[in-house]
Design a protein around this ligand. Structure first.
Ligand code: LLP
Length: 443
């Protein structure tokens, strides 16, 4: 499923390239994206949602959520697959523009877009801006009017639905910063429709991330559609955006729903609710990030040290330390996220041992894989592959402890190429105003 396989030497092979070849060319840590797998998932999402909504007399759009991972190369893959693109900052928009992504197919999010960001979005022709507050309506209206643009908007709704997921990832329960409370939405719609420089496209909700249970989507769709119906009385409202958040498998404990099934469920819910409300089925947009880019990504690390630690009565825990950590994958430290690991450079028939893979940062919470099994002879020099690191790893990465971000490479058909260069020591020192001498790292 990760697009990987075994070569005759028992090594991990991704996109036709072996782990040791990747290590030799780029070093470790290294983010590796299986390009065919990413493209296939993008195409599968679009095909599934289009098909499901055509079957109920409407159509669908899929926005790739760039916050999961965005580079110019990936933006082009998404455009070639026919997807739209969701950005949520001036920086993400800049990458999309640099990639030449069709601006009419970009959606722009954020609860506090700066005036400069709005101005840029409006003037480059961003297809739709998602309004997150009443204040923003006036701000966008003025900027659009000044530039002679009629800007399309969605209203981000706080539907009050709490998706069953990690608390920090659930974005639509009431006491949080995103969106406009359901009750206030009609007034915002009136305010938007009163402006000649604005056009209301529809409502938007995003209830959280890494969701496995469709009930949250059912609930938010039905709450949104009730307001959608109310707003139809005041003018056209062609679209409804139900956000992203589809869960993926990080370990064997996760059991994600295939995208075809999710799309069918969405179409069924929306069509049934529209029939009940006696309104036409709107064009439905979704915004998956993780479910497109997460699984096709792995991170390669090299083992530096191992040590066995006596853990009370529990026995021994083997700590396997690698050459990266919370700077390239903050998710275990931030969310207690679980990952799975295997040796990438060889096979071993030594009995598996329960291990914890730790990073090299000066912090005890610097864990890469909390608990998984590796062959008992795991040793310095082994390459480890951590699965499903394509989403929210590079994009949440940092330079903590002055570690440079690892490069991101795409593999496909036996070849590899860099999508984003790794940071060198010179990159890390460049912004220090008191360092004037070029410092060269020893090789
Ligand atoms: N649309 C909106 C408005 C969002 O806020 C997000 C994610 C998405 C779409 C895409 O969600 P996805 O399909 O990727 O789950 N850093 C966290 C996830 C934060 C998600 C933020 N918003 C993590 O690493 O789990």
């Amino acid at each position: 499923r990760h697009g990987d396989g075994q070569s005759s030497g028992g090594e991990l092979v991704v996109g036709g390239v072996s782990a040791s070849a990747l290590k030799a060319q780029y070093g470790t840590p290294l983010y590796v994206l299986d390009e065919d797998n990413v493209r296939a998932r993008a195409t599968a999402a679009l095909t599934a949602f289009r098909g499901a909504f055509q079957a109920v007399g409407s159509s669908a759009k899929v926005y790739y959520a760039g916050k999961a991972f965005l580079s110019a190369g990936v933006a082009r893959w998404m455009e070639e697959a026919g997807l739209h693109l969701d950005v949520c900052s001036g920086g993400e928009l800049a990458v999309a523009l640099a990639a030449g992504f069709d601006t009419a197919r970009i959606g722009y999010h954020g609860n506090n877009k700066s005036v400069a960001e709005i101005q840029r979005a409006v003037t480059v022709g961003v297809g739709v801006i998602v309004v997150d507050s009443a204040i923003e309506v006036q701000r966008i209206a003025e900027i659009a009017a000044r530039h002679g643009v009629r800007q399309k908007l969605r209203i981000r709704v706080n539907s009050g639905v709490h998706a069953s997921t990690h608390d920090y990832l659930a974005t639509a329960h009431e006491d949080q910063k995103f969106g406009i409370p359901l009750d206030d939405v009609p007034d915002i719609a009136v305010a938007i429709r009163a402006e000649d420089s604005l056009e209301l496209l529809g409502l938007h909700s995003h209830i959280g991330s890494q969701i496995f249970d469709a009930r949250g989507f059912v609930e938010s769709a039905s709450r949104l559609l009730a307001v959608h119906k109310e707003l139809l009385a005041g003018g056209p409202l062609p679209e409804l955006n139900l956000g992203g958040g589809f869960g993926i498998a990080y370990t064997t404990a996760d059991d994600p729903t295939p995208v075809g099934e999710i799309a069918r469920q969405f179409a069924e819910i929306v069509a049934a609710e529209c029939a009940r409300l006696e309104i036409p089925v709107p064009i439905v947009a979704v915004e998956p990030g993780r479910s497109i880019i997460g699984t096709p990504g792995i991170t390669l690390y090299e083992v530096g040290t191992t040590k066995d630690v006596q853990v009370g009565d529990l026995g021994v825990r083997r700590y396997v330390s690698v050459d990266g950590g919370m700077s390239d994958n903050a998710r275990p430290a931030l969310y207690g996220a679980d990952y799975s690991v295997r040796i990438a450079s060889r096979v071993s028939d030594v009995e598996p041992a329960l291990v914890r893979v730790a990073g090299k940062h000066c912090e005890s919470g610097d864990i890469v894989v909390n608990a998984d099994y590796l062959p008992g002879d795991v040793q310095p020099g082994d390459l480890l592959a951590v699965a499903a690191t394509g989403a929210y790893c590079w994009s949440l990465s940092s330079n903590y402890n002055y570690l440079g971000r690892p490069p991101v490479v795409a593999v496909r058909g036996g070849t590899s190429r860099i999508l984003i260069h790794g940071e060198t020591e010179a990159d890390l020192l460049r912004h220090d105003a008191d360092i004037t001498v070029a410092v060269v790292a020893p090789q």
